[in-house]
Structure formats: structure tokens, C-alpha cells
Design a protein around this ligand. Structure first.
Ligand code: GUN
Length: 293
């Protein structure tokens, strides 16, 4: 059994990107520049955005953090988006979600220029992904594809079961695994809350991607011997024996599932660290004008 170490892999990729940024700087070319917009003071969002900005600085990118208070109107936020769309120094930007309830997230996402949409959330990027055209891939599926590629996991002709159908993880993951490509060519089944016989279907999988948001949902009896298990879940559960009174677990019951696997991602230290790396890769692609020319 091989543990896919997302923390280590994300550090390796960051070192590779940092090297590339050094070369860009040595040539006197423009340094990649990511902007992040944070509206309000949701504590989790603050941590995520801080991590993204810090990672940009670690690899030598320029970064800009735009903070707006929770009372910001949708019109004011749309003005910020327009300003970022038109700022030629900024290669890509993200608007951290969730937004305060009075702001329509869909209208804001649609206002982002797809060329600068390094989250890959705009329908143009999602559509291009589904058609197999070059696009910015959403962070979590991109991170998972990178892990499978770098660990040399064979995917062609395998049965993949994706658990969960969210717009940002399950649905794009199912599309990417079914596409032709170095990582891909799987026979994909997407299961969700209304699926019948879920344990039987998951048991048939060579590759399982668990993204359902339920702590330790995938148990050993649902996993075939030798399966590849990718755990996207981050759930905090009570644990009186833990110094903090709680601990993080994934969507997979790691202890009992790991011995049956050929590859497995841990939580924490698996998929999570790869998502920030995806944003960095997308920003690098934006600055190289790799997707849209
Ligand atoms: N909120 C949770 N995940 C994400 C993400 O990947 N991008 C943005 N913009 N907001 C998020």
C-alpha cells in the first residue's frame, strides 16, 4: 500500500514553479500575478485566502489581496471584478466563496473574465473542460489528476466510482476521469444521495473518489482489495481523547480501509494541500497565456 503524500507532492511542485519564476525574473519578463477577493470575515475563508496568498509569495508570484467588508453590495463587488478583469498586470484572480447572502454568487462568477478565472468556476471554463478543450481546471479535481499522474497510477480501462456530485468536485472529477488522456480513460460511475445499492457499486471500483462530505462514510466492506482511494473529505468530529476535543477525518474510514488499498490519500495531508498548488499552476498558465493565447 502506497500513501499518496499530497503535502510532499505539493511542495515538490511549488519548488518546480519557484524555479520557473526565477527564470522568468532572470529574463526580465513579467512575474505571474494572482489577486484574491475576500468579502466579509468568515474565519475559514480568511484562513483559505491567507494560505493562497502565502503560497503565491512562496513561489515568487506577485499577489494582491482585496478585502471588502460584509456590507459590500453586489454592485460594488461587480465593480471590483470589472477592475480586475481590466487590470493588465493581474493574470488571474479568484473571488473567495461563500459570499454574504445578499450577493448572488452566480452573477459574480459570470462577471469574471474566463481568461482570468483561475478557479475554473466560469461556465466557459467548465464547458471547455467537458469538451476536452484547454481550460482552467477546478482546484480539487486538478490536484487529484496531478496526484494520480505523478504517482503513476494506471487509470485506462479502470472502473472509477466518484461519490458526490458537487459542481466543484464530484461532477468535474467524473468528467475528467472519463476523458481520453494520460490520466483518464476510466469507466466512470457517479453516485450520490439518491443512488440505490451504493455499497455494491463502490465495491466494484478500481478507483474511488470520495467527495460526499460525510465523516468516514466509506468503510472497509465497501472497498475492493487493491483499490485506489482518493479522499476529498475534511470533516471535524468530536474526540474527547484528542487534546483539542476534536480531530479531522476524511470521507473514508482510513484505518480500516488503508490496508486493502494499492494507493490511498490521507486526511490531512492528501488532497487538501494539492488544491492550493492547482491555483498556482492555473495562475502560471494564465501568465503564460497557455489556455486562451
Ligand atoms: N471556497 C471553497 N473552495 C473554494 C475555491 O476553490 N475557490 C473559491 N473562490 N472559493 C472557495
Amino acid at each position: 500500500m502506497t500513501i499518496i503524500d499530497g503535502k510532499k507532492l505539493s511542495e515538490i511542485i511549488k519548488t518546480e514553479v519557484a524555479q520557473e519564476v526565477n527564470e522568468i525574473k532572470a529574463k526580465g519578463s513579467k512575474v505571474p500575478h494572482l489577486a484574491a477577493v475576500l468579502v466579509g470575515d468568515d474565519p475559514a475563508s480568511q484562513v483559505y485566502v491567507r494560505n493562497k496568498v502565502r503560497s503565491c509569495e512562496d513561489v515568487g508570484f506577485k499577489s494582491t489581496l482585496i478585502r471588502k467588508d460584509a456590507n459590500t453590495t453586489e454592485a460594488e463587488l461587480l465593480e471590483v471584478v470589472t477592475m480586475l478583469n481590466n487590470d493588465t498586470d493581474i493574470d488571474g484572480f479568484i473571488v473567495q466563496l461563500p459570499l454574504p447572502k445578499h450577493i448572488n454568487e452566480e452573477r459574480v462568477t459570470l462577471a469574471i473574465d474566463p481568461k482570468k478565472d483561475v478557479d475554473g468556476f466560469h461556465p466557459v471554463n467548465f464547458g471547455r473542460m467537458a469538451l476536452g478543450l484547454p481550460s482552467y481546471l477546478p482546484a480539487t479535481p486538478f490536484g487529484i489528476m496531478t496526484m494520480l499522474e505523478r504517482y503513476g497510477v494506471e487509470t485506462a480501462g479502470k472502473n472509477a466510482v466518484v461519490i458526490g456530485r458537487s459542481n466543484i468536485v464530484g461532477t468535474p472529477m467524473a468528467i475528467l476521469l472519463s476523458r481520453k488522456g494520460k490520466v483518464g480513460d476510466c469507466t466512470v460511475t457517479l453516485v450520490h444521495s439518491r443512488t440505490k445499492n451504493m455499497p455494491d457499486i463502490v465495491r466494484s471500483a478500481d478507483i474511488i473518489v470520495a467527495a460526499i462530505g460525510k465523516p468516514e462514510f466509506v468503510t472497509a466492506d465497501m472497498v475492493k482489495d487493491g483499490a485506489v482511494v482518493i479522499d476529498v473529505g475534511i470533516n471535524r468530529i468530536d474526540d474527547p481523547t484528542h487534546p483539542k476535543g476534536s480531530r479531522l477525518v476524511g470521507d473514508v474510514a482510513y484505518k480500516e480501509v488503508a490496508p486493502k488499498c494499492s494507493f490511498i490519500t490521507p486526511v490531512p495531508g492528501g488532497v487538501g494541500p494539492m488544491t492550493v498548488m492547482s491555483l498556482i499552476m492555473n495562475t502560471l498558465k494564465a501568465s503564460r497565456k497557455e489556455i486562451y493565447g
